[in-house]
Design a protein around this ligand. Sequence first.
Ligand SMILES: [Zn+2]
Length: 148
Amino acid sequence: MSQWGPYPERTEDEERERQEAEDRAGESRMEQRRETMGNLASLIAEGDKSRREDAAKYAALDGDRCQICGAQGADKRSLRIGYFYDMKEIAPEFLSLWYVESSEQLQRMFYLQTCKSCRAEILNAMRETINKRRALRGQELDHDGYAD
Ligand SMILES: [Zn+2]
């Protein structure tokens, strides 16, 4: 028999060990999948809980109070934004309209009630950012707008 000849047959012990190792690997993969599914389920449940809490906060909002600085009195402004982004990551005061609105388009939006001063600062920050980003026109950018 040459050195490249057929591999020697496995003994029964080797075959049992190989099968047991395969079984352990399979069980480990299944355990990882169960853990992943459990994590996903708890993430979904947390998101749903947060949306329900936001609906309750929205219903209890004092229409005369700025959610940001707390200024009290008439003439508050409402911002509704749907930007395919969880606005609660920008500020926890944003309220999901998921369980407030009935149309799917509005459900995906977030709500913020502010005084006119907070509105002015938010809009100025937006203006400054837009002006800064507009200055990038003509530069080499990837499809997400990042410089290469
Ligand atoms: Zn304010």
